[in-house]
Each structure stands twice: as structure tokens, then as C-alpha cells.
Write a protein that binds this ligand. Sequence first.
Ligand code: M6R
Length: 617
Amino acid sequence: MCGIVGYVGKQKASAIILEGLKRLEYRGYDSAGVCIVQGGRLEVAKKVGRVEGLSKEAARHHFVGTTGIGHTRWATHGGVTDANAHPHVSSDGRIALIHNGVIENFAKIKTFLSGKGYTFKSETDTEVLCNLIAYHFAKEPQENDGQNRFLESVRKTLRHVEGTYGIAVLCLDFPDQIVAARKASPLILGVGDGEYILASDASALISRTQNVVYLKDGEIVHITPTTFSITTLDQEDVSPVVDKITWTIEDAELNGYAHFMEKEIFEQPQALENSMRGRFSEDGSTALFGGLNITAAEFRQIDRFMFCACGSAWHACLVAEHLIERFARVPVEVDYASEFRYRNSPLDRDTLFFVVSQSGETIDTLAAMREAKRKGYRVLAINNVVGSTIAREADGGVYQHVGPEIGVASTKAFTSQLLIGAMIALYVARQRDMSFSDGVQYVEALKSAPNLVRRALEQAPRIKEIAKRYSHYNDFLFLGRLSLFPIALEGALKLKEISYIHAEGYPAAEMKHGPIALISENCPSVFFVPKGEIFNKVVSSMQEIKARKGPVIAIVTEGCELPPGLADDVITIPECHEAVLPIVASVPVQLLSYYIAVERKCDVDKPRNLAKSVTVE
Ligand code: M6R
């Protein structure tokens, strides 16, 4: 939530910052702003709305300075107004600040600062933080050498702050420097050719450099035109590690697609290939993971798995639960990360924890992971963004390797999480009762997933046409059973988040226990109807809906014969192994939601009120 960009170098900072903000816009799009040091002032342009609007506003300022900061906001404290937009400037005009996070003790600090004569133009916690830096800066001994005076004022301020932050600070007295720091909000330093770029995530700086330093919680970076140094809140020096980003700017471009969501849906075959590459044993009977940091013998001792995540990642955990219990016969519990952290649930001694997060920055998932670690559990992470906080703090894990996911609605990251969950189920199962030949068959099935998804994607024109006919409905139900119940939840989440249609996911047989009251000709139901033991049961549930005039869209596997007239529309997906079915079945509901949202002229990649990465509680 909220995107941060900072620039110190020789180029005009505003152009680079605005380009970065455009790429970070998916993190927050309530308002945007930029501050450039020039003409002896901290010159600010900020505006409610998108970065495009800010660019026009910025043009009026004729920015030429080579040091600056910029921000896209997802509002927490204070409404969506120009005054609340970042950057904020201290009332003495010396300090400018951008902030991602929440300052919990801001009210107390504000009272203190008001007593010292500082004034406030906004309702934000950020402006309070900014003035507190100005207060400490004014108090810092003048004889401190220039660099330290600025740096120390930020350090002192952060020692008084409770809450979370990723910040970048400008100081009028040191016009070519930035001080930035983080606590539970992501911050990366790009080390370019004679320039430094700060950003909340790599997409904002990848066009200028692939060399990055991932800042850790409690670290402060001080950037000057020629160098940077990292220290901790306790003034200890940190030796920076410069990593290389493995993807390029092209991966973060639309490349001819109308939206990132569309692009990412169609990238799924390749994304799945990347997620499983090199991760099968030579004998082809099980999965292998390089970074678990837990031996096979230790893994075999695990008698229970606990999975924590949020949103779509939580749905992926439910599928993993189904597959691990079904194939490995080991009990699994799945919890919302936000609930787990406060629930204090009883845990067995030999429980292995998994957290699942595309971004690796979701604050609830991070907090759940930290709580599990505090209790002494080993935590493994399934995560896409390399170098993310969750990846770094986990005891081990599996990177998804699907490249940047920019659409707010998760698609390729979700199906890759399904795949990795299925691979973990295989790994655990082969350590226990699964036979060699069943393992080989399972591996072959997983390897076929990219092609099966390719075939499911061929249904896109038909699904687009169906979407046109259903886009006017305001309520939908998604119904599935067993491993497809979580996909029903996912279908409902996709539809509501990008097209603002009320949608619910249910196990199909639960209909008659309440939700069937919703059924009328105005509420379509999307049924997953795979071949197999529950086929007839699902058909019975469909009959109950049809008898009440509910429109029915059926997603069936090849070769399924539905009774005539039972479904108004049928989408066919390839028949596949149980471990792969949730992946393939996700495709039609992703496409249906996408095309309905497009039909309703919704802003698919930036749905209202949402942000890609939820870094506040
Ligand atoms: O980055 P994460 O996987 O931790 O994100 C978790 C959820 O915020 C995310 O899946 C969210 O539900 C998506 N918007 C779903 O499309």
C-alpha cells in the first residue's frame, strides 16, 4: 500500500520519479505527489487521483532539480484530499517526507509538537512524523557535520515512533541527499550508474538498474550523489549486499494486452513452467525443493501442517490442505493470517508452518509468521517477490518465479501457488504411503499443467461472449466441491474485486442450507462440474437451482454429459488429474470475471479501494 520513489543523481528527478510512480500506481491510487529540491525550496506538486493527473500538475512546476521524492497514496489517516496527499512538508519548510505505513502514536506526538509551535495542514499521521523530524533537526547541534545532522534527526525521530513505516526524507539544508528508513514496509535501493533510486518495489526502478539493496527493518539509508551508507536505529554500520533483479523492464510492460490482468492470465502456462522448473526428482516420482532448509528426515517427522495467508493466497492454502490430506494423509489446518495472529490457537509440537504470499509484504501474513516463529515453530514461505520481507525472515521456502504480478487481482501468482501446494502434497505423500508409480503419474500430471491451461485459455472467445450476456447481473454464486470449493471462493473474489458485483462462493451442497434463498432469475450460479465421484451430486444441486429459475453457467470437464436444459451456458475445460484440476478450473473464472469487468467498464488493474500489496493492518 502506497508507493514510494526517491531519486538522487544527475538527471531531472521529476521525470524519473513520475515514471516510477506510474509503475507503482497499483500499490495505491487515491492521490499522488512529488517534491523536488530546487531554487532553495522544497517544491511540491500533489493531487487527488491518478499519476496521470499529477504529471499534468507537475508540468506547471517546471521541475529541474536532481533530487526528489514521490508517492502514490492508499488513504489510511485522513480522507482522499489534496491536503492529505504526500509529500508533506514541515511547518518550518525544512523537511519533506513520504511515508507508507501507520504511525500509531501520532496523536500524542502531534500534541507535543503543537505545544512547540508546529502547525499542521492535513489530517495525516505522516505530517506529524515530518514535523517531528524538523523538530529534531532544529535541535541537532549545528556543529555536527552536515550529513550526520540530517541523518541523526531522522534516527532520533524514529526512536520515538510506534507503528510501521517506509519513509524517504528530504532536507532543504542538504539539497542533494535523501534519508530513508523502513519498519514493516518494503523499501529497495537501486544502485544505478551515478544515481540512486529508492522504491517500494523493483518495478519502479527496473528501467534504470537491476542492482538493488533490499533494506531490512530497522535500517536507515543515507544517500548522497556519490555514495550511500546503511546504519541501524542503534547507529550500527551495516555492510550492504547488492543483489541482481532477474527480470527486466519488458516483464513489467503491457506488451499489447489491454490490462495487466489479461496479460497475466495468458502468461499462466509459462508461469507454471517457471514455478516447477528443476523441481522434480531425477526418477520422476516426486518433487524437490532447494530452499526448504529442512532435511527430508525432518520433514518426515512433521505430523501436522499449518498454512496462513490472506485473500487469494488463502484460497490456495485451502487447495493445498485438500491435496495434502488426500494424498499424504497428514492433517492440515488453514487460517487467515489476520486471525491466526490474535487467536492463540493450540499447536502441536511437530507442526510445520507455511505462509503463502505473492508479495511477501502482506502485513497480516508477516505478523502471523513472526508470531509462529516467536512460539518456536519453523516457518516456510511460498512467495513470489524475491527479497521480500517474508522471504527474508522465513526459515526457508519456495519461490514462485512467475515474474512481476502487477494487476491487483491475483491470477498467475494464484495458480502458481496452487501448483506449489500440489508439489508439496506430492513430496509429503511420497515420503509416506504414495507408491512410486502413483508418484510418477502425479509428476506427469503436474508437468502437463501448462498445456492444459493453454487449452483452457482457448475458451477465451466463448467466455467473453458469455460475459457480455451476464455482465448486467448484480449477484452471483460460485459453487464447487472438494478441491474446487476454494476455486469457487476464488471465482467470487475475482468477480467482486474487479467488477464490484456481489458474489459468494459456497460448497455446492451447502446451497440448501441457506444460500438457495438468494436464487431467482436475477442471480446466476457458476457451477464447477468435474467428472468423477461427485458428478451426480453436483448435478442434483444444479437441478435445485434450475427449479428456482436461477441462470446456470456450468464449467465442466471434457466428456461430461449434463442433462439437457440444465445449464444455460457450458464452458468445457480439459479433463485432468485431481492435483491439476484446481489450476485448470481457475482459468474460466478468471476470464469470466475479467471480461465482465471490462464489459462494465471497470478499471480492471486498479479496482476501487484496493491496493496490490496490503502493508497496513
Ligand atoms: O501478496 P499476497 O499474496 O500476500 O496478497 C494477499 C491478498 O491481499 C491478495 O491475494 C488479494 O486478495 C488479491 N487482490 C486477490 O486477487
